[in-house]
Write a protein that binds this ligand. Structure first.
Ligand code: 5GP
Ligand code: ZN
Length: 114
């Protein structure tokens, strides 16, 4: 998707603070962090929302979660705890329509979220 912000980050057309990348996923720091650690894990492939996931993408979806948990270990927040969030569409507050998993850590998280 040529006009997708996160596709531009994947292509390197927009700079980002990348903390991990491989052939399938990229993880980078959120530009407007909501916690001391706020990292976005995204597939390289453009998928607009969680609604568009297909069964064949199950390994990719799993890899997004594993990427987040590996980064949490590297950041040494895995034992204190962290939150992973995927917002889908308007009511959840999704603003970038290229699926992404938020990894939030470094402060107490309240439940339910606001
Ligand atoms: P959403 O609200 O769609 O779940 O999350 C989108 C996230 O992307 C937001 O937390 C927002 O701060 C982040 N974001 C928006 N534009 C940019 C950008 O250009 N660079 C980075 N690193 N993050 C961005
Ligand atoms: Zn995209």
């Amino acid at each position: 998707m040529s006009d997708c912000l996160f596709c531009k980050i994947v292509k390197g057309q927009i700079k980002s603070d990348i903390v991990y990348q491989d052939d399938d996923v990229i993880a980078f720091r959120d530009i407007n962090p909501q916690a001391p650690h706020h990292i976005l894990c995204i597939p390289r492939q453009h998928i607009a929302t969680v609604n568009e996931f297909t069964p064949t993408q199950a390994p990719l979806i799993g890899k997004l979660v594993l990427t987040a948990s590996n980064i949490a270990k590297q950041l040494q927040v895995d034992q204190d705890g962290y939150r992973i969030v995927m917002n889908c569409n308007r009511m959840a507050g999704q603003t970038v329509f290229h699926v992404h998993l938020h990894l939030l850590a470094g402060r107490p998280m309240h439940w339910p979220p606001g």
